[in-house]
Design a protein around this ligand. Structure first.
Ligand code: TTJ
Length: 639
């Protein structure tokens, strides 16, 4: 790159790239595998924008053998003409933080992501990035290394490397291993995200290819039924009460689309999207939808005489129990708030969803009274259960006030600095005993739990709350709990930065972990969303060579590597349970922050979360076990 082409601008660009490389977490959330996958989404979102502009019908994502990723679309191709600064527009897109104006006029710019950054951030965090733009009959090429352009411009323009009749943009990038903990993309999440994108964009074809394996995996996503198909899929294992109801409308320059269907399940699953991006923390579009839906159901219930004058209204949770819904809006200027910046904040989004829902749902219910009656039936059932549970809750939480310190089981830590504190939930009294001896009592608390705690899906709320282990946990964490009925959960009161599940690496251990995760996911989901829940990974083996140091091996792969490495004889001890380890061994392998292995439990994507709930809540055990191993296993490694 010749200096005069860049001039003063280059200084700003380089400073920008430097800032991104210095603090990548600020731009992509983290440098774990989750952050790594975000690179793909950032690039794909640009192509989805092009689809939203009505000029792109296909997007392809290929995970290449060499670890890079290629995203291709058949849009117009990024403009390549010279920009005011003397640099081709496309190069500015990839080197300027926040894309700088070019996309600003686009009504549906993706400012909906977790961090809303863009292609220049991906570029800065890639060892290299190759861009090919097909437009005006030519293929234009540009290349960057760690974000810096490496090709000389030709008369101020990008080099042309061929002719073509096609149009579109192709980007190939290799994440920088200096930045990321791991550079192997997590294919399941990418597929899930692409599938989600297909549901939200019924005219868009998405192609996925994983060429990293012997036999490449190829999946095509195309969902012409849109969010109706999405709701059907979310409910595919449940008993449904009626066909999916769908409506769409516009208000305040905002397009609102909703699909919902009731099931006989005891849960609510209402997902919000803004400009195709999942809003894990919900927001104004959901509050608008929910409040009008509650009002409408209550007034119909009175009109039909199901609610009498003396009866109180159904609550929102009564009305939504059993509901699966997708609310997808298109907003010209979305704003986000919340811990993870995934909560839609625009007041007009609430107004628009209320207006469209109010108009459309009444039209629908007037013509489909049977469906209306079945929805009200669900609300009646829920209200009954709620009343019983409210009674139980008052009895348990106020009348028999209970102190976890005096109950003798929790060995709390000395520090009250939540940032530093950890709580280990340990299966079994003997392992619990060792853990109490082994721990660093300054910042590590131990809570032993006996046997199998209640399966929260099967149990009703009063039983869950009556369970001693669950009560102890709720009190120990300090945040209360939530289950729709009165949200008492307050994450700012959390007493421990890390909640670490420590169970044996066997079937029973997996079951315990599953039950605990189900409990957290259902009653304290913020703990998971905000990354406080971990699974301890105790070693599976101890290898003791005839000569030399003993070594702990954490999985079978480590064992086979050890076998290759270890020339001489060695004895191998297989740990069947945590109880077999001495306190010292437990400290060395599982508790010591310097040496242990933890895996963070992460649930990011709506579909994933929903699948996980279904899996966790369902009655079959095998898929649940798979969840523990897969999700805990894929989650980021926190050594
Ligand atoms: C912008 O407005 C004029 C016509 O082209 C529009 C545009 O930039 N389209 C566009 C960008 N299509 N595809 C992209 C794109 C694709 C990938 C894979 C990556 C990036 C950063 C942008």
């Amino acid at each position: 790159m010749a200096k005069e082409e860049y001039g003063a601008k280059s200084i700003a660009v380089l400073e920008g790239l430097e800032a991104v490389r210095k603090r990548p977490g600020m731009y992509i959330g983290s440098v774990s595998r989750k952050g790594l996958n975000h690179l793909v989404y950032e690039i794909v979102d640009n192509s989805v924008d092009e689809h939203l502009a009505g000029v792109c019908t296909e997007i392809s994502v290929v995970l290449e053998r060499d670890g890079s990723c290629t995203v291709t679309d058949n849009g117009r191709g990024i403009p390549v003409d010279m920009h005011a600064k003397g640099i081709p527009a496309a190069r500015l897109v990839f080197t300027t933080l926040h894309a700088g104006g070019k996309f600003d006029d686009s009504a549906y710019k993706t400012s909906g992501g977790l961090h809303g950054v863009g292609s220049s951030v991906v570029n800065a965090l890639s060892l290299y990035m190759d861009v090919e733009i097909m437009r005006d009959g030519q293929i234009h090429h540009d290349r960057y290394e760690k974000g810096i352009p490496v090709l000389a411009l030709e008369h101020g323009l990008l080099p042309v490397i061929g002719k073509t009749k096609a149009h579109g943009t192709k980007v190939n990038f290799l994440p920088d291993p200096e930045i990321f903990e791991r550079t192997d993309f997590k294919e399941d999440e990418i597929k899930s995200r692409l599938h989600e994108t297909a549901y939200l964009n019924p005219n868009l074809k998405l192609h996925f290819e994983d060429r990293r394996r012997e036999e490449p995996e190829i999946v095509d996503y195309f969902e012409p039924d849109g969010i109706i198909g999405f709701v059907k899929e979310l409910n595919h294992n449940a008993d449904t009460v009626h066909d999916v109801v769908y409506f769409k409308g516009e208000s305040e320059n905002i397009t609102v689309e909703c699909a919902f269907q009731y099931t006989t399940e005891f849960r609510e699953n209402v997902l919000g999207f803004c400009n195709n991006i999942y809003n894990a923390e919900g927001g104004t579009h959901l509050t608008g939808f929910k409040s009008v839906f509650t009002q409408v159901i209550n007034s119909y219930a009175r009109e039909l005489g199901i609610l009498k004058d003396k009866d109180e209204n159904f609550t929102g949770t009564d009305v939504r129990n059993g509901m699966t819904a997708v609310i997808s809006i298109k907003h010209p200027a979305p704003r986000f708030e919340g811990q993870t910046k995934t909560k839609l904040d625009n007041a007009d989004a609430s107004k628009a969803t209320s207006k469209v829902t109010g108009d459309e749902i009444v039209l629908y219910f007037d013509r489909n009274v049977e469906i209306l009656k079945s929805v009200i039936g669900c609300a009646e059932k829920s209200a009954k259960i709620r009343k019983a549970e409210e009674k139980a809750k008052t009895n348990l939480l106020t009348k028999q006030k209970f102190s976890f310190d005096s109950n003798g089981k929790l060995a709390n830590c000395e520090s009250r600095d939540a940032q530093k504190c950890e709580i280990f939930i340990v299966e079994g009294d003997s392992a619990g005993g060792s853990a109490k001896m082994a721990r660093n009592r300054e910042f590590q608390a131990i809570l032993p739990i006996r046997g199998k705690i209640l399966n929260v899906e099967k149990a009703t709320m009063d039983k869950v709350l009556a369970n001693a282990e669950i009560k102890t946990m709720i009190y120990a964490f300090g945040c209360g709990f939530s289950e729709g009925y009165g949200n008492d959960f307050d994450i700012t009161k959390l007493r421990y930065d890390k909640i670490i599940i420590m169970a044996d690496a066997d079937v029973d251990g997996a079951h315990i972990s599953t039950l605990l995760l189900t409990l957290f996911y259902r009653f304290m989901p913020e703990l998971i969303y905000e990354g406080h829940v971990y699974i301890a990974m105790p070693p599976l083996y101890k290898a003791q060579p005839a000569k030399g140091e003993e070594e702990y091996l954490y999985d079978d792969k480590a064992l086979s590597q050890y076998r290759k490495r270890q020339k001489g004889a060695f004895t191998l001890q297989r740990y069947k349970g945590l109880g077999e380890m001495s306190a010292e061994q437990l400290w060395e392998t599982t508790l010591d922050p310097e040496r242990r292995r933890l895996r963070k439990v992460e649930i990011e994507d709506a579909r994933m979360a929903s699948e996980v709930t279904e899996m966790l809540m369902g009655s079959e055990v095998p898929p649940r076990r798979a969840f523990i191993y897969e999700h805990a296993g894929d989650a980021e490694l926190d050594v």
